[in-house]
Design a protein around this ligand. Structure first.
Ligand code: C5P
Length: 239
């Protein structure tokens, strides 16, 4: 897969016009954009249509986490929006993930829609092993927890998971090579981690086997996003 199909830009801004300005600025360089809580809350589904009009694919990162019925209804709505991928929290449990996936498959067959890839959020990249243990009370290791949640997503029929670069190789060996892994928390060597704990450079993450990497602030907040993107693409080419 060419590098630009592996890089997802997180449009973490609250202004729809600015988001579209960025999409236009990156032009042919970027194929997939992520719309998350900030932009979706500000701009609603209209922003999805606008990005689709520009022939880009969309990752709707709303991390659905609720009772099975609520999540499957939201999943149906996301599917009708025509997004390329969306996600749910694996900690919502097996039934929630399975009913979400089954409802989407059924809808796509019935209405002849393209099935979006459904991904399970494992452990947020902003959480450290200490936070997982001391604040969330999970007593086994972070790696074991991520592996367990990934196996649950696989059992529910999801297409893959969101996980940090540090867990990619273990998930692939446990769940199979074709199980997709989308990796946020990506930082070029020159950029601080911000609120992320389990970070990795683009090159490292791709070498570990991530199918897609997500980058937001390291590109969007730089003085020259196009130049930064060029540097990152050069790094990705050597992975
Ligand atoms: O700015 P930065 O590159 O850290 O942005 C990462 C993006 O990926 C954010 O939009 C964040 O919500 C999202 N994300 C994440 N960790 C996850 C899932 C999604 O950082 N486990």
């Amino acid at each position: 897969m060419p590098w630009k199909e592996k890089l997802i830009i997180a449009l973490d801004v609250s202004d729809a016009d600015y988001a579209l300005e960025l999409v236009d600025k990156f032009g042919e360089q970027i194929e997939i954009y992520k719309v998350g809580l900030e932009l979706y809350t500000a701009a609603g589904p209209k922003i999805i249509d606008e990005i689709h009009k520009r022939k880009k694919r969309l990752f709707l990162d709303l991390k659905f986490h609720d009772i099975p019925n609520t999540v499957l209804k939201a999943a149906i709505t996301a599917t009708r929006l025509g997004v390329y991928m969306f996600n749910v929290h694996t900690s919502g449990g097996l039934e929630m993930m399975r009913r979400c996936r089954d409802s989407v498959v059924e809808l796509c067959l019935k209405e002849n829609l393209q099935k979006p890839k459904i991904l399970g959020v494992t452990v947020l990249t902003s959480l450290s092993p200490q936070i997982l243990r001391d604040e969330l009370g999970i007593q086994h290791s972070l790696n074991t927890h991520v592996r367990h949640l990934s196996a649950l997503a696989l059992k529910a029929g999801l297409d893959g998971v969101i996980a940090s670069g540090h867990e990619v190789a273990k998930i692939k060996s446990h769940c199979g090579e074709s199980f997709l892994i989308v990796t946020p928390g990506i930082r070029p060597s020159w950029h601080p981690p911000d609120d992320q704990h389990r970070t990795m450079t683009p090159k490292q993450a791709l070498r570990e086997g991530a199918d897609y990497i997500v980058m937001g602030r390291a590109i969007l907040n730089s003085d020259n996003p196009l130049k930064t993107l060029e540097l990152i693409s050069l790094e990705m080419l050597t992975a």
